[in-house]
Design a protein around this ligand. Structure first.
Ligand SMILES: Cc1cc2nc3c(=O)[nH]c(=O)nc-3n(C[C@H](O)[C@H](O)[C@H](O)COP(=O)(O)O)c2cc1C
Length: 434
């Protein structure tokens, strides 16, 4: 993904940004010409990819002229001016806009099909992907299409919903492509997201500590809070790394997902990626105890009436992040069964965090595995904020809203480059877990 330049001039808010526009075979394809033209006028570098069906509705020559760049139409076609590969284009994109998006392309992406240049580019793209669906209202309301859209939304893809109005078939219904000016306004908003240019590391899910190859110690964390944070940060323009313990959740789109199992693996994954990170959101429920010994083979039940396991603490990831953090803003999460403010404050000081998000997991309708959560935010200056019950998605945004001023105190390096991954160090002397 190209580095965000941010702060471009008012007349050219998209200067230096690369937008890939995918055009598919819908009747509204002609409106994509206006979208491309507007994006260019705002300073964006625009590359157009058309499906074979799209080229039946509007000519590649028109789009080439308007975008000022060669237009890619087929997976195996070679572009004359520069050698575009789907991966190269996907890497350069700051945003990929599919306008109009047919029911067909949404279905293909939801099913993981990559059989042409556009779908392979979408598959390889880490930048935000925005679909502008437009179709007959019966197609739009079809539960298969709705389910595909819901799945992609859950994965972090964006949708600009169609409007209700006069459709090409001569009827009124939902499915009409919004005005090009509105579509471009959404693109500008996404590219100027308030976390644009920031690198955010999120941890999520439980950890697993193996007793033997068929048994482990874990906890009921579903990972939903961490995944919601990763999606929210991504939607606000951040570059997101999600270090996740085992969960049943789909990988959010546009996010670098690092899967781990044990607390020690999570420790290593986090420490390796910490350099260059602006914000750490440590929402994982890291197991704080592990068996002192993992049996290499299954421990037989026969002949035993009891089994005493000896446990030892796991590496304390949050405390170590707090120690190494420098200017990185660190948000810790604590799941408690009784919330005692003095204990919370002591924990904050011990871990050197900038904000501690505490939830009482005994509350019905909140905490582990739930889609909703109710938390209290504790700040190092002694203040606290009790938030009402809300969805984890809403809470993720609320937390990011609160953290944003702290990030603003630490300016992102202009045109930041990839930070070299730091060397993985062995966990420090093991202390009591979180
Ligand atoms: C005249 C005409 C208009 C069409 N309009 C739409 C449309 O607005 N939306 C849509 O989803 N499909 C529409 N289709 C169907 C798509 O063109 C068809 O599903 C095609 O396979 C899409 O290919 P693509 O997604 O690779 O571009 C239309 C087809 C025709 C012949």
């Amino acid at each position: 993904m190209a580095a965000g330049t941010g702060g471009a001039s008012g007349s050219e808010p998209l200067a230096g940004r690369v937008v890939v526009v995918g055009i598919t075979g819908g009747i509204a394809a002609y409106k994509a010409v206006e979208v491309v033209s507007r994006l260019r006028r705002l300073g964006a570098e625009v590359h157009v990819v058309m499906t074979r069906a799209a080229a039946r509705f509007v000519t590649p020559l028109t789009l080439q002229t308007i975008s000022g760049n060669p237009v890619v139409t087929g997976l195996f076609s070679r572009v004359t001016r520069w050698n575009v590969e789907h991966v190269a284009l996907a890497e350069r994109a700051d945003l990929l806009l599919v306008v109009p998006a047919t029911a067909n392309v949404v279905g293909k992406v939801a099913a993981g099909i990559a059989d042409d240049f556009l779908t392979t580019t979408i598959m390889a793209c880490r930048a935000p992907v925005v679909f502008c669906p437009s179709m007959n209202f019966r197609m739009y309301e079809n539960p298969v299409f709705q389910a595909n859209m819901a799945r992609l939304t859950e994965l972090g893809y964006h949708f600009i919903p169609p409007e209700t109005g006069w459709l090409a078939e001569g009827t009124v219904g939902v499915g009409r492509l919004p005005d090009p000016a509105r579509i471009v306004a959404e693109v500008v908003h996404l590219l100027q997201g308030d976390l644009s240019g920031r690198r955010v590391l999120v941890t999520a899910g439980p950890t697993r500590e193996m007793i033997d190859p068929v048994r482990f110690i874990s906890n009921p964390s579903s990972g939903k809070m961490g995944y919601a944070l990763a999606r929210a940060a991504r939607a606000r323009g951040a570059e997101v790394i999600l270090v996740s313990g085992p969960t049943a959740l789909a990988a959010p789109g546009g996010v670098e997902l690092v899967r781990v199992e044990s607390a020690e693996e999570m420790y290593r994954a986090v420490m390796e990626r910490l350099p260059g990170v602006d914000l750490v959101l440590k929402a994982a429920a890291v197991g704080d105890w592990r068996p002192r010994r993992t049996h290499p083979t299954k421990v037989k039940k026969e002949g035993r009436t009891a089994w005493v396991l000896e446990l030892e603490p796991t590496p304390d990831i949050l405390a170590e992040v707090g120690r190494r953090k420098g200017k990185t803003v660190v948000v810790g999460f604590a799941a408690e069964t009784e919330v005692s403010e003095p204990e919370v404050r002591a924990k904050m000081a011990r871990k050197n965090v900038d904000l501690l998000v505490v939830n009482d997991v005994t509350r019905a309708e909140a905490g582990f595995a739930s889609d909703r959560n109710q938390v209290t935010l504790f700040w190092p200056d002694g203040t606290r904020e009790d938030l009402p019950l809300m969805t984890k998605e809403e809470l993720a945004h609320r937390i990011l809203d609160r953290v944003k001023p702290l990030l603003d105190r630490v300016k992102a390096p202009p045109g930041r480059r990839e930070a070299a991954p730091g060397p993985v160090q062995a966990p420090p002397e093991i202390r009591r877990g979180e």
